[in-house]
Design a protein around this ligand. Structure first.
Ligand code: ARG
Length: 464
């Protein structure tokens, strides 16, 4: 057999070396070497399958498995030397395997292509790593729920349009974040179920001519089944988009936590304080203590959406089957993945460390936050809701911050008598943030009983 053209691997077809610029830009090993363990695992399963169906001998299989173990050790110890000619992790492993065991290495790639190999590696990696992400989500929910238990009876304003809306509680606010992340946990579990088809053996584009046993490799690698269609499998990155979709949603939630912490710890609000270890200084202003971590949650949480959009747009216009465009998938996935895990850890330490300023929270629950309670109280007394809404709106206008005073004025101006008017006015005058909180009745509300129920559900979800 003649050697490859100098300066080129897979060189039988080519008469000259690859242009250095193409070689450099085509090289993906810096990114995909992260998949080395999965690549070796996939190759071992493939070698066993090849022997099972008689495409290689038992001796060749054993030589391959032994060689793969040796390469594993080098990669694990960090003694594996990547060469400039190693285009990707698949070629690097095959090259090194050849150096270690010689001839049998030349049979390993029988019946497979890098197109099915690379996706097999990524899916194996995801199946290995998703439990770690799940653990981060669980730890974050646990932190939220632990703090929520302390805050069930601590009034704080809820907002719409960042305008004070109703009296809520610290517990309800924390459970709101936890409830959203509990949804992400369900999404992750469903996702894991969806990543269950093994690409290995799909070949380059439309399958191959050898009697492979794809079910055997699928099972050996822990998948539920071989993938259905070789062309779709090798030419699509739908699974990665699915994962990036989850990371995007997690990022959206974390970004909102970050924004709220930035606002809440600003002295103008003063709802929470962050410890020194979660704040940074200013190079010029000596007094500053800035919530950089919360800001990075806010900004970093948005970036997975960019990676999702990037991969979606790269894959959207492609012809069926593999195109090199797909090679960019892993950099996007890993960037989003690593950042999301860091941000989850960052969010968890923030939640653990928050100091709530109960006095400031209570002071922010002004008299107008009784408005809906008052309207609902009038409904219970027999007023149609729209009439109650109008009357309380008038009270807010007349009272200019003093709702009880305004209510008296509004009653006086009201055309028809309001049932229980005097009793309701007296109840309103005696109302407190704690009273408003305790009076909340609906399921899912900030009422203490509701929040305790939410906490119990959330604890069940994270298995506590
Ligand atoms: N490094 C490649 C990737 O990540 C592997 C597949 C290469 N396939 C090919 N036909 N050149 O997509």
């Amino acid at each position: 057999m003649s050697a490859d053209t100098p300066g080129r691997s897979l060189g039988g077809r080519f008469a000259e070396a690859t242009h250095p610029v193409l070689e450099r830009i085509n090289r993906s090993v810096e990114v995909d070497k992260r998949l080395w363990a999965q690549d070796l695992r996939g190759s071992a399963a493939h070698a066993r399958m090849l022997a099972k169906v008689g495409l290689i001998t038992a001796d060749e299989r054993d030589a391959l498995l032994e060689g793969l173990r040796a390469v594993h050790e080098e990669l694990e110890q960090g003694t594996f030397v990547f060469l400039p000619s190693d285009e990707d992790i698949h070629m690097a492993v095959e090259r090194r395997l050849g150096e270690r065991i010689g001839e049998p290495a030349r049979k390993l790639h029988t019946g497979r292509s890098r197109n099915d190999q690379v996706l097999t590696d990524v899916l194996l990696w995801l199946r290995d790593e998703l439990p770690g992400l799940r653990g981060d989500l669980v730890a974050y929910v646990e932190a939220l729920v632990t703090r929520a238990e302390e805050g069930v009876g601590t009034p704080m304003p809820s907002f719409t349009h960042l305008q004070p809306a109703q009296v809520s509680s610290v517990g309800q606010w924390l459970c709101a974040h936890a409830a959203e992340v509990a949804g992400h946990l369900r999404r992750l579990d469903h996702l894991l179920e969806r990543l269950d088809a093994c690409p290995l053996g799909s070949g380059a584009s439309a399958g191959g001519y050898l009697p492979l046993d794809r079910a055997h490799t699928a099972e050996a690698l822990g998948f539920a089944r071989p993938s259905l269609n070789a062309t779709q499998t090798t030419g699509s990155r739908i699974e990665l988009l699915d994962v990036l979709g989850l990371l995007t949603l997690v990022g959206v939630s974390l970004s909102r936590l970050g924004e709220e912490l930035v606002v809440f710890c600003s002295p103008s609000f003063g709802f929470v304080a962050l410890p020194d270890r979660l704040t940074t200084g200013s190079s010029l202003l000596p007094h500053k203590r800035n919530p950089d971590g919360a800001e990075l949650l806010r900004s970093g949480g948005k970036l997975a959406a960019a990676e999702l959009a990037g991969l979606a747009s790269v894959t959207a216009g492609l012809v069926s089957g593999y195109s090199k465009d797909l090679q960019g998938d892993k950099a996007l996935l890993f960037a989003a993945w690593d950042r999301t895990r860091d941000l989850l850890a960052l969010a968890t330490v923030h939640v653990d460390a928050l100091t709530w300023r109960a006095d400031r929270l209570r002071a922010a629950c002004g008299p107008e936050l009784a408005a809906l309670w008052l309207a609902d109280r009038l409904v219970l007394a027999g007023l149609p809701f729209r009439e109650a809404h109008h009357l309380v709106g008038l009270a807010a206008r007349e009272g200019d911050g003093d709702l009880a005073e305004g209510f008296r004025a509004a009653l006086a101006a009201h055309a028809t008598p309001v049932p229980e008017a005097q009793a309701i006015a007296a109840e309103l005058a005696a109302q407190t943030p704690e009273g408003l909180l305790a009076a909340l009745k609906t399921e899912g509300s900030a009422g203490p009983e509701s929040v305790r129920g939410q906490i119990a559900v959330l604890k069940g979800i994270v298995g506590r």
